[in-house]
Design a binder for this molecule. Structure first.
Ligand code: IPE
Ligand code: IPE
Ligand code: MG
Length: 243
């Protein structure tokens, strides 16, 4: 794929994706249960959606539960599911009024039925909104997403609907959960860890990465602005040359 080389140039990124990490350590450092870190993490989500919306960002993707997070104790998994339930129930009406469009990426099959129903409701209610697109990555893993896309394409090939020679990057991209979304320009990870943990593997091919030392419950609009300022200093070449 050929994309023009360009500097970050001070223009805000269209798509910011965040690996919201460090809730547990934030809580442990304060002698609190990990669940309190997750709860405070939801407040950081609310602040960040408002900040991103005010900055005119087009897409904000938030990594909320990974396909590998099932390996945590069942009580923590259940607590995280409960937070998603509560977030949709409490915040959907306000987000809708603010013109936010909600989309959820990740595998739905393994999710409890009521959560799948809430996700469908949130997506359907906000589908026509034209403000910030809030993308919630829930039960999401990049390898799982690519495997699901490959399976779907293979089914179409087997039925004779697609010639294998037609399978190209655009076709794969259009079978991912992020079909119709631009690739992330900026990927932020909090908590000081410097890894992707299976987040947006395909889509981050040319993203700029900013790793912040603070834990997710401490994230705020100043942190978002500082990450964007760092992004604006980067020179993006996409394999080409600036001159
Ligand atoms: C991020 O915080 C939230 C999720 C992964 C769901 P963690 O729970 O991973 O917190 P740490 O990394 O253990 O501090
Ligand atoms: C990544 O954080 C997943 C989310 C933020 C939802 P983890 O805490 O699960 O990642 P690892 O285990 O440190 O790589
Ligand atoms: Mg973590």
């Amino acid at each position: 794929m050929v994309t023009d080389a360009k500097a970050g140039g001070g223009t805000p990124p269209v798509h910011v994706a965040i690996i919201m990490d460090g809730n547990g350590r934030w809580a442990e450092a304060r002698g609190l249960p990990r669940s309190e870190g997750h709860r405070r993490g939801v407040e950081a989500v609310r602040r960040t959606v408002t900040a991103a919306s005010d900055l005119g960002i087009g897409y904000l993707t938030l990594f909320s539960f990974s396909s590998e997070n099932w390996s945590r104790p069942p009580a923590e998994v259940e607590f995280l599911f409960g937070l998603l339930r509560m977030f949709i129930r409490r915040d959907l009406a306000r987000l809708h009024r603010q013109g936010v469009r909600i989309q959820v990426i990740g595998s739905r099959h393994e999710l409890p039925k009521d959560i799948a129903a809430l996700i469908n409701e949130a997506e359907a209610k906000t589908a026509g909104n034209t403000g910030l697109c809030m993308v919630v990555a829930f039960n999401y893993g990049g390898r799982d997403e690519i495997a699901r896309a490959a399976r779907e394409i293979a089914r179409k090939v087997a039925r004779g609907g697609i010639d294998p020679a037609e399978v190209d990057e655009a076709m794969i991209a259009s079978h991912l959960d992020t079909a119709n979304m631009p690739d992330p320009d900026l990927v932020i990870r909090t908590s000081g860890e410097m890894r992707l943990s299976n987040f947006l593997l395909w889509q981050s091919a040319y993203a700029e990465f900013v790793f912040l030392p603070l834990h997710w419950p401490d994230f705020d609009d100043a942190a978002l602005k500082s990450a964007i300022a760092e992004f604006s200093q980067r020179s993006r070449r996409f394999g080409g040359r600036l001159k």
